[in-house]
Design a protein around this ligand. Structure first.
Ligand code: GLU
Length: 239
């Protein structure tokens, strides 16, 4: 497991817990129980059980805190930021790079900075990981050309990471690969079924998705994300 972790730890982003500051409408309601929902990610990721653990801890002292927490499985970081900002969620677990982009108005939030977004605390490191079927012959990023690769559903954190790293490697995600937009929870089964050659997932380890993907009949492997494209991204972006 340690070896796998080092192989996939080329780019680390920290998952944090974010919420929108400002007028929540709940302030001052000290005698009334407050209901809050934490947006997480797919059920085979780490956000979902992490949110579950946080909610369990808080709910054990629900009467003392006047707080009841529920957890929702969602499309991931980008979805969570947008749902927090629109008031559909009170809290969400969000990649630190997505928080940075949202707050500063870049990437998905170009020209639209989300300055009321607040980070509450950081939780665990994640790695941008690429898992491939051994029979697909993918040993490096460049071998992805012509392959069917799941880059992640819109709303996920990994979709932007996958796109950035492909572009840094000179691979056009629209024309050089057959890019899929599956949810992370579906990707492991699709890899085992031979429907995709590889998938990106920005996630903590261990996680249910990779457990499922590595437990099937089709042999799979982690592809190292290293070298010039990763160095370029790390040099270019402060997060
Ligand atoms: N990092 C992923 C995302 O932001 C979610 C990972 C997880 O669910 O553990 O979409």
């Amino acid at each position: 497991m340690r070896k796998i972790f080092i192989l996939t730890l080329a780019l680390v982003v920290a998952a944090g817990f974010a919420f929108a500051g400002g007028d929540s409408g709940n302030s001052g309601a000290s005698d009334k129980k407050m209901f809050v929902t934490i947006g997480t990610g797919g059920v085979t990721g780490v956000y979902y059980p992490t949110g579950g653990a946080i909610s369990k801890m808080v709910n054990q002292k629900s009467d003392e805190y006047n707080l009841k927490v529920t957890v929702e499985s969602t499309g991931g970081s980008v979805y969570n930021v947008n749902a927090i900002m629109s008031g559909d969620l009170e809290f969400g677990i969000v990649q630190s790079d997505r928080q940075f982009q949202a707050y500063n108005g870049t990437a998905d939030w170009e020209g639209n900075p989300q300055e009321n977004l607040r980070a509450v605390f950081s939780i665990h490191p994640e790695s941008v990981s690429l898992l491939a079927a051994v029979d697909a012959g993918i040993d490096s990023l460049m071998d992805l050309k012509g392959k069917t690769v799941n880059i992640g559903n819109p709303g996920s954190g990994q979709r932007g990471n996958a796109t950035d790293i492909l572009e840094a490697a000179g691979i056009n995600p629209e024309s050089d690969i057959k890019a899929g937009g599956l949810k992370a929870a579906e990707a492991a089964g699709m890899l085992q079924d031979g429907r995709i050659d590889a998938y990106f997932y920005t996630v903590g380890h261990p996680n249910g998705s990779f457990k499922e993907a590595t437990a099937g009949a089709r042999a799979v492997k982690f592809v190292p994300l290293d070298g010039a494209p990763v160095e370029q991204l790390v040099g270019e972006y402060p997060y």
